[in-house]
Design a protein around this ligand. Structure first.
Ligand code: AQP
Length: 332
C-alpha cells in the first residue's frame, strides 16, 4: 500500500478550500492508502501567531480533519511539534537544499510581500520542513491543493539530492496528488486570490464552522459580474468570480463544471447563488456540527492526537535514525 502524508496549518479558521482541496480528499484516500495526517504547527509559526489562539486552532483543525471524514482508527492524526523527528530531519535537509531552489518558491514571495527582509528565516525554509514532513515517513503520495505543487516538486529535488549526495536510494520521490476539480478555490471577494484561512476579510471565505445563515449571506455578497451564467464552461474564461462560484458548486455537488453551466445557462446569479448556498449548507452543515461537538470534547480530540503522535513516531523514528547514519552522525 502506498503511504500518504499531508498536513494542514492551524493558522486560523478552516475554510472551504481546505475542505474541498484537502480534507475531503484525505478521507477518500483512506480506502486505498496508509494515511498520515498532521496539524502542522511548526509551519504555522513561520508567521506570527498568538500562542493561546495557536493552541485553540490546533485542536480545532484536528476536529475539522476528523469531522471531515478522516477516521482516527484507520489513519494517523497528530500534531507536528510533538514529533521532533520533523525538525531533526528538516535540519539535515536544510543542509542539502540550495538557496537558489528556495529563491524560486512563489509562496514565500506571496507571503513575505514587499518586506522580504522582515520575513522570518522559518518562512523562507518552510518548504524544506515540508519536505522533511513527507520524507520522515518515506511517503510516496502527497494530496495537496494546486498552491502546494511547487513545494512537493522541491521535496522531490531535495530527496534526489540527498540520495545522490550520499550515493543511496534511501528516500523515495514523493508525488503530488491534486484533485483537479477543487485544486484552487478562490476568495469570494476576489476571484484571482485563493481562499485562505488567514485572509483578514471573513467574507472572503466560507469557514467550515459557519452556520447556515452566515454561509447564505457570504454567498449572496460574493463578488460576481453582471452577465448571466454562460451555456458552456469555456465561456467562464476572463470571469474569475463567476468561474470560482461554478467551481465551488461543481466540487460540492461532485459534478463537472460543464454540468453546472448546462443546468444554469442564461440564469442570473441571484438564482444560482441561492442554490449554491443550499448546497453548501447541506454539505458543510453536518461537518460543522460534528466539529462543534468535538470542540466541546477536548479530551476526546487530545486522546486521538496522543495515539496518533505515538504511532507517527514509531514510523518516523527508525527512518530518521537511518538518515542520521547515512549522514555520518556518531551514535554513542
Ligand atoms: N483555496 C484553496 N483551494 C484548494 N486547496 C486549498 N488549500 C488551502 N487553500 C486552498 C489546501 O489545504 C491544505 C492545507 O493548507 P495549509 O493550511 O497548509 O496552508 P495553505 O495552503 O496556506 O492554506 P490557507 O488556508 O491559505 O492557510 P493560510 O491562510 O495560513 O496560508 C493544502 O493541501 C492546501 O493546498
Amino acid at each position: 500500500m502506498n503511504r500518504i502524508f499531508s498536513g494542514i496549518q492551524p493558522s486560523g479558521n478552516l475554510q472551504l478550500g481546505n475542505y474541498l482541496g484537502a480534507i475531503r480528499n484525505w478521507a477518500r484516500m483512506q480506502d486505498s492508502h496508509e494515511c498520515i495526517y498532521c496539524v502542522v504547527d511548526l509551519h504555522a509559526i513561520t508567521v506570527p501567531q498568538d500562542p493561546a489562539e495557536l493552541r485553540r486552532a490546533t485542536r480545532e483543525v484536528a476536529a475539522g480533519v476528523i469531522a471531515g471524514g478522516v477516521d482516527p482508527d484507520r489513519s494517523v492524526i497528530f500534531v507536528q511539534s510533538q514529533a521532533p523527528e520533523h525538525a531533526e530531519l528538516a535540519w539535515i535537509l536544510n543542509c542539502v537544499a540550495r538557496l537558489g531552489w528556495l529563491n524560486r518558491m512563489t509562496q514565500f514571495k506571496d507571503k513575505a510581500g514587499a518586506d522580504r527582509d522582515g520575513a522570518t528565516v522559518g518562512l523562507y525554509t518552510y518548504p524544506v520542513l515540508q519536505a522533511a514532513d513527507v520524507l520522515a515517513y518515506k511517503a510516496t503520495d502527497v494530496p495537496v491543493g494546486e498552491d502546494q505543487k511547487q513545494h512537493i516538486e522541491l521535496a522531490r529535488d531535495i530527496a534526489q539530492a540527498f540520495n545522490s549526495m550520499f550515493d543511496t536510494d534511501f528516500f523515495p520521490l514523493p508525488e503530488p496528488r491534486i484533485q483537479p476539480e477543487a485544486a484552487r478555490i478562490m476568495s469570494l471577494r476576489d476571484g484571482t486570490r485563493k481562499m485562505s484561512k488567514s485572509d483578514p476579510s471573513d467574507y472572503s471565505r466560507i469557514n467550515m464552522t459557519d452556520g447556515a445563515d452566515l454561509i447564505a449571506r457570504k454567498i449572496r455578497r460574493a463578488k460576481t459580474d453582471p452577465a448571466p451564467l454562460p451555456d458552456h464552461a469555456e465561456a467562464l474564461e476572463g470571469r474569475p468570480e463567476a468561474r470560482n462560484l461554478v467551481t465551488i458548486y461543481a466540487a460540492l455537488a461532485e459534478v463537472s463544471q460543464e454540468t453546472v453551466v448546462e443546468r444554469f445557462a442564461g440564469k442570473g446569479f441571484g438564482i444560482f447563488k441561492s442554490e449554491l448556498a443550499d448546497l453548501a449548507v447541506a454539505v458543510l452543515g453536518p461537518i460543522g456540527e460534528e466539529m462543534q461537538r468535538l470542540m466541546a470534547a477536548p479530551d476526546e480530540v487530545d486522546a486521538i492526537l496522543g495515539r496518533g503522535n505515538a504511532r507517527a513516531r514509531e514510523i518516523s523514528g527508525p527512518i530518521i535514525r537511518a538518515a542520521q547514519d547515512i549522514v555520518g552522525f556518531h551514535r554513542a
